[in-house]
Design a protein. Structure first.
Length: 152
């Protein structure tokens, strides 16, 4: 395989076993700050994917609620392949801490009564949401919590 600039393009997607959370890389800034990027894989690549309304709602819920558990979340964004999310965190090299943040955030999703910012003013596709779908994805992930550290 030709070496690519994008880390995930160098990952053999036929060898991974979802769900998992893995450190993708660390980027250090000029002043020493470090951004830790994680791959939160929800579905098995090329075999399953998240439905867009459920993925969209899970993104909103995780983006909003994760910041209640960590004050240096930069971003949580979905993968275009609809199999997972990327999480970027500033200056936190504790993998165990990130696992706990994700677990606590998913528990919040299960308790949610509505999807945050699910309206035309705050969202670019407000009609494409499913709280129930997001909660089902969160439930699936939490049920396999003991597998999150096993990538292959």
């Amino acid at each position: 395989m030709t070496q690519m600039n994008v880390e995930s393009f160098n990952l053999d997607h036929t060898k991974v076993k979802a769900p998992y959370i893995r450190l993708v890389g660390v980027t250090e800034g000029d002043k020493g700050d470090k951004i830790y990027k994680y791959d939160i894989r929800v579905k098995q690549p090329n075999q399953e994917h998240m439905d867009m309304p459920a993925l969209h709602s899970l993104e909103h819920l995780m983006a909003e609620n994760s910041r209640n558990h960590h004050d240096r979340i930069i971003d949580i964004g979905p993968m275009g392949c609809q199999t997972g999310f990327y999480l970027a965190v500033l200056n936190d090299d504790s993998y165990e801490n990130i696992l706990q943040v994700v677990e606590n955030t998913l528990k919040d999703v299960l308790e949610a009564k509505e999807v945050p910012a699910c309206n035309e003013v705050q969202c670019g596709f407000a009609a494409s949401h499913s709280l129930e779908g997001a909660q089902e994805l969160a439930r699936e992930l939490l049920n396999k919590r003991d597998e999150w550290t096993e990538v292959f």
